[in-house]
Design a binder for this molecule. Structure first.
Ligand code: THU
Length: 130
């Protein structure tokens, strides 16, 4: 999938977001090393703490289908600011792909291209448990 196609897949997920409380839709498209793409949206809950972010929806879909080797993720929002991943999502991405690319989009479709290392330096991971 081209980068533009991956971006379009993340943007398309904005319409699937279930966000009646925040009214802040987020879409994600996660690309694996074999080219498989898993998409996700945020799924809110009346018990706010049970909300699942778009990134973690995509990761749960991927891992539960046997994919763990991620190369990049596009995260789309509709706000003026770039939709950067929350701390929990950074840590969950880091578990599987500490060097992955993270492309954050704003509502104008502009992009901020980062790596997970930029977003979560000196991070804790599986190797620390050895
Ligand atoms: N949200 C995400 O889906 N991903 C993030 O990394 C940031 C926050 C969602 C959670 C909640 O539904 C809404 O955005 C407002 O926080």
């Amino acid at each position: 999938m081209t980068q533009d196609e991956l971006k379009a897949a993340a943007v398309a997920m904005l319409d699937r977001a279930y966000c009646p409380y925040s009214h802040f839709p987020v879409g994600a498209a996660l690309e694996c090393s074999d080219g498989t793409v898993f998409t996700g949206c945020n799924i809110e809950n009346a018990a706010y703490g049970a909300t699942i972010c778009a990134e973690r929806t995509a990761i749960a879909k991927a891992v539960s289908e046997g994919h763990r080797d991620f190369v990049r993720i596009v995260i789309a929002g509709r706000s003026r600011d770039f939709c950067v991943p929350c701390g929990t999502c950074r840590q969950v991405l880091r578990e599987f792909a500490p060097g992955m690319e993270v492309l954050c989009l704003n509502g104008a479709g502009e992009e901020l291209c980062l790596t997970l290392e930029d977003l979560l330096p000196h991070s804790f991971g599986p190797e620390h448990l050895q």
